[in-house]
Design a binder for this molecule. Structure first.
Ligand SMILES: Cc1cc2nc3c(=O)[nH]c(=O)nc-3n(C[C@H](O)[C@H](O)[C@H](O)COP(=O)(O)OP(=O)(O)OC[C@H]3O[C@@H](n4cnc5c(N)ncnc54)[C@H](O)[C@@H]3O)c2cc1C
Length: 248
């Protein structure tokens, strides 16, 4: 299975929930123990398949949150009335089983070989595949300069907050938060949806040819990508992944 890229060749594997961690009131990380799982690349995703007792099946994609070589982790945001996310966030317990297949994707990945700066732009749970890249950089001792521009509704909604704060002490890694709905007293980050001015302040000049990964809702991704193109970025240099219709 190693390196399998063709979806048709991937088989469903039974995975057991090894542990769960509450990241925010609406977001949970699940560590998964999937026997037979092949190693993934930072940025890839997997498919989850849930089967109910009467045989009804539901299938969704989730980005892999862990660095390559680390225990498989997904981080899921509960959506109102969400069929699969409500189960994964509210109900799945240690020892529960469901099926996964993957790793999937060869476009939205960062292996760390290219030393050019890495610009990561995430909205809400769109930070998940970007976190796999950030963790990969930290674990591999890479000195690639990284800037993460991360949009959340409130401070309480910031996923991986403590880890990001900790990693910010590493040379070459910078995080820029924007909180779109409310901000705590004394907040010094941005306080609005990502716009041209924020992008101009955070992004490297296009001439430095950064690698760019943008992930989030469709609207979020389009705004960020259009803004970067307006700053002179080549559209081909911007890799995007869209999670759904709405979002931060
Ligand atoms: C490549 C890829 C990677 C993804 N990675 C992640 C991840 O790491 N973490 C994560 O939490 N989600 C991720 N998603 C989204 C995930 O696949 C599901 O769409 C999401 O969990 C909702 O599924 P659900 O069954 O709970 O909701 P559904 O029952 O399918 O939908 C419930 C309601 O929410 C709306 N909706 C569906 N999806 C979204 C969405 N993404 N945003 C806003 N509204 C939506 C629907 O229109 C509907 O009104 C990813 C999607 C893709 C395509």
């Amino acid at each position: 299975m190693a390196g399998a890229a063709v979806l048709g060749r991937l088989t469903w594997l039974v995975t057991e929930v090894a542990s769960t961690t509450e990241e925010t009131p609406r977001v949970r990380t699940l560590l998964l123990d999937a026997e037979g799982w092949s190693n993934h690349r930072a940025g890839q995703h997997l498919d989850v398949r849930l089967t109910s007792e009467d045989g009804y099946q539901a299938q969704r994609s989730y980005s892999i949150a862990s660095a390559p070589g680390e225990l498989l982790a997904i981080t899921v945001e509960r959506l109102e009335d969400g069929e699969v996310s409500s189960y994964l966030v509210d109900e799945a317990r240690e020892g529960d089983e469901f099926e996964v297949r993957g790793p999937i994707g060869g476009y939205f990945v960062w292996d760390g070989a290219d030393p050019s700066p890495l610009l990561l732009i995430g909205g809400g749970s769109g930070v998940v595949p970007l976190m796999a890249m950030i963790r990969h950089r930290a674990a591999s001792g890479s000195s690639t300069p990284v800037r993460l521009l991360y949009s959340s509704r409130t401070l309480e909604d910031v996923i991986y907050r403590e880890e990001l704060d900790r990693l910010q002490t590493q040379p070459g890694f910078e995080v820029f938060h924007t909180l779109t709905r409310s901000q705590p007293e004394g907040w010094t980050g941005y306080s609005r949806r990502i716009d041209a001015e924020i992008l101009r302040e955070v992004a490297w000049p296009a001439a430095e040819t950064p690698q760019v990964f943008v992930c989030g809702s469709t609207r979020f991704v389009d705004t960020a990508a259009d803004g970067l193109v307006a700053l002179g970025y080549e559209p081909e240099s911007i890799r995007t992944e869209r999670f759904g219709a709405t979002g931060s």
